[in-house]
Design a protein around this ligand. Sequence first.
Ligand SMILES: [Zn+2]
Length: 366
Amino acid sequence: MKTSKIGSLVQKFIRKHLLFCFILLAGLITLVFGLLIFNDVTWAHWYYNRFFIPVNTTMQSVLQFSETPFYMVVLVICFVLLIGQIMSVAGEGWRRGLVSWGLFLLSSLVLIVVLFYWLWGFNYGRSTIGEFYFQDEYVTLDTMDFKDRWKLQTNRVNLLRSKVVMPDSTEKRLTQQYAIRYRETIPKLDGSLGLDKRLQPQCKEFVPAGLLLRLNTAGFYFPFGSESYVDKALHVSQKPFVIAHELAHGYGITDEGEANFIGYLLSQASADPLAQYSSAMALWLYMASDGRHLSPSFTQSMWDGLSPAVWDDLQDRQALNERYPEFMPRMRDAVYDSYLSLNKVEGGMKSYNRFVKMVLTYEENF
Ligand SMILES: [Zn+2]
């Protein structure tokens, strides 16, 4: 085939599928910028300051007029586009229909990836809190020290629980109120953690209640609306910590352990007893997971050391897990496993969860 003929065919294709070509070009630019970002951290910081912050602050101020979770709006848009696509191929031959559906699905996929990276995902290329705040150096406690710290945590959890008056779990504004409280708490945290006060991430309730729990998660960050969600059915004692964790993602934190760490600091600094209890309990459960190889009698004494009120919360949480079981069966959670398989010999401390490591180091050095 002659070059001029190929050229005219390409021109014809571009003219006919202009939107598809435009999305493909955006995909290519995203790929090139991604290579740049993941090879040179200065580009990742350029992206954060010049793109992530202005775009997200604009989105947040535009979308704040409504309390509707933005994922619902996105679902409606997707539905309308799908109907449009079905109607546009109606009456076409199977070959044209196949090409049309192929281009539709491919451009949808590329568009989702492009938007994901530009709205949030390039933060994966930035240096982490572990690198710039902790210089990747963490305290290591020997078994005795860890046991003492865990005991202390048990006492803290019990004390905080005694100060909590559990709010009504059906209170619709609870999630948004906690998000506001945490955003106001940001200035209290160490400025070198790099959380930008200009960002105002939202957190809303996700419905249908229990769906996220069935998917083995409690919440998620939705970059397409610059807001996060927690499952409506989540136990009220868990919600404040999960909200703080999801909000941390809204500040551009990508690592799960680091989102837990920032969520913990926010909850503790918030001066709200329920937030403090919620995050202290989360840390306790991670410590229980870390300490599962310790002697069975010690592990048992830690679980038995939790007050009846804390036990009631744990049982309520378990009841919710049973009410909303996961779609897919999976291995039992390491934390509950640690409680149930108390027949192991003491193995000592091998490694800490990243979240626990960060909290312990922070307590010691900052
Ligand atoms: Zn997360």
